[in-house]
Design a protein around this ligand. Structure first.
Ligand code: PMT
Length: 198
């Protein structure tokens, strides 16, 4: 009831993509974690709090989706136990036991609806393209949008972002710093091109 583990993600990047997809005529469902930022108008919104709730909601709503984009900063780990009441500091353990969360996008990619294109994001601090390529392959994605976190530009909570889009066979497109709405357009342009080339 008093403490939790989370990230500084606001949903701005995901909402920008949802808005752009809707403007292009898509029927969009956003599965969103907690945020103060308002989702765009005209899209379906499903609210969740935990990674496991997001996993269940994604599987429930994936239906016959033709495109899945995972921009949420899903926690890989969660506290192994959740306290029913506020822990007294004198009684608290100094080591927090953790458990693994499901990898949502890897599950979607492995059990995707027929023909569904799966695009991920990667939030990285070091050697960001190599890390992105490793995730692209390991999670079985069609493309991945890599952004640097912890720097001056982009990443969590900012209005701008700067990304590199990676896809199979060495495909690469760098998108210079721009508002997240522009990044969303470039990401969807690239996804459209990749889907047409299939
Ligand atoms: O929300 P904003 O404030 O606008 O910030 C945007 C952003 C920085 C959160 C966004 O641009 C971004 O980078 N999102 C991905 C963050 C992330 O969790 O990256 P990752 O490298 O840990 O995960 C790789 C991919 O696996 C992502 O598509 C992620 O959604 C997915 N994942 C991760 C863990 C998990 N348990 N399940 C997943 O599906």
């Amino acid at each position: 009831p008093a403490r939790y583990l989370s990230s500084p993600s606001t949903g701005k990047m995901g909402f920008a993509i949802a808005d752009e997809a809707r403007k292009r005529g898509a029927r969009v469902t956003v599965i969103s974690g907690p945020t103060e930022v308002r989702p765009p108008a005209g899209v379906g919104v499903v609210r969740v709090t935990t990674a496991r709730e997001m996993h269940a909601a994604v599987l429930e709503h994936i239906g016959d989706a033709t495109l899945f984009i995972g921009s949420a900063a899903v926690a890989d780990l969660r506290p192994a136990t959740v306290a029913a009441g506020k822990a007294k500091k004198e009684d608290a353990e100094l080591t927090l036991a953790l458990a693994r969360n499901p990898d949502i996008i890897a599950d979607v990619a492995a059990h995707r609806p027929r023909g569904c294109f799966v695009a991920g994001f990667a939030a990285e601090t070091d050697d960001i393209e190599a890390a992105g390529r490793e995730k692209l392959a390991r999670k079985g994605l069609d493309c991945i949008v890599v952004n640097r976190i912890g720097g001056e530009i982009g990443g969590f909570a900012s209005d701008d972002n700067e990304v590199v889009i990676l896809w199979g066979d060495g495909g690469r497109e760098a998108v210079a710093r721009a508002p997240k709405s522009t990044i969303a357009r470039r990401v969807l342009d690239r996804i459209d091109a990749l889907r047409r080339a299939r």
